[in-house]
Design a protein around this ligand. Structure first.
Ligand SMILES: [Zn+2]
Ligand SMILES: [Zn+2]
Length: 251
């Protein structure tokens, strides 16, 4: 068992003890969870689950909501002209209202339980789609090294850990790297985002992904520029297929 796996095993064991002492509560609204919640192990109450997931059909390529019975194998009206290097976006919901609040809160230090619960709901809701995609491994959108050192919590990494555990797939934590420090993408106009990420990502030297189907994990998908740049690098390293899993897409 890896170090991360071992620490999660002990965390789970401690969690089981804590459940006896303190009844489990929803990781978002703190409502008490009844005994039935544990069947899928996701610490979210039914009300929050309902508020987070979006029941509208989604574009297979970019994850944006589309009308019913629309074929989106080659994208929808909002993404068809984008040259995406990933082929799928699997997401829980839309970045608004409660899910927006949850994503913001999940970034805070100590918010692992919430980030993990959101990942658990994503895995449970899209279990079949994730299984059918036959991924070989997970990677996470990386942070610049100094951010990794100074911040104890990286919500996307927690999400990837939980997804890897639930999907029983290897998680290549440091396979993707970000050697370039870049301003926050959300602070830039659309045209500057691409330039900002030029040569921002690399894969670890000696990485061979030939023929692999890789699931790239992040917390939020905004314009897709970051995920696209990571996918380009993964494909250049041999990956045959890149899918993206996020908690929320920004409409
Ligand atoms: Zn709740
Ligand atoms: Zn689309």
């Amino acid at each position: 068992m890896s170090l991360a796996g071992r620490s999660r095993f002990f965390a789970n064991a401690m969690g089981a003890v804590a459940d006896v002492l303190y009844p489990p509560a929803c990781a978002f609204c703190s409502a008490a969870l009844d005994a039935g919640f544990a069947s899928d192990g996701v610490r979210l109450c039914l009300r929050c689950r309902g508020a987070f997931q979006n029941s509208q059909d989604a574009c297979l390529l970019c994850g944006m909501p589309v009308g019913p019975h629309v074929s989106t194998e080659n994208g929808c009206s909002s993404c068809r002209r984008r040259d995406f290097r990933f082929r799928r976006v699997i997401r829980l919901g839309i970045y608004k209202d409660e899910l927006r609040q949850a994503c913001i809160r999940a970034k805070n230090p100590g918010a692992d339980p919430l980030a993990g619960a959101l990942a658990g709901q994503l895995a449970a809701r899209h279990h079949q789609e994730l299984a059918d995609s036959k991924f070989d491994a997970l990677v996470v959108v990386p942070q610049f090294w100094s951010h990794r050192v100074t911040r104890t919590h990286h919500s996307a990494e927690t999400i990837a850990e939980v997804l890897a555990e639930r999907l029983r797939l290897p998680f290549h934590r440091r396979l993707l790297r970000k050697p370039k420090r870049t301003p926050d993408q959300s602070s830039l106009p659309r045209t500057a985002r691409l330039k900002n990420l030029d040569k921002a990502f690399t894969v670890r030297r000696g990485t061979k992904l030939k023929g692999q189907r890789v699931l790239l994990v992040d917390d939020i998908l905004t314009t897709g520029t970051t995920a696209n740049e990571c996918s380009r690098v993964l494909r250049a390293a041999g990956a045959e297929f890149v899918g993206v899993a996020v908690i929320a897409v920004v409409p």
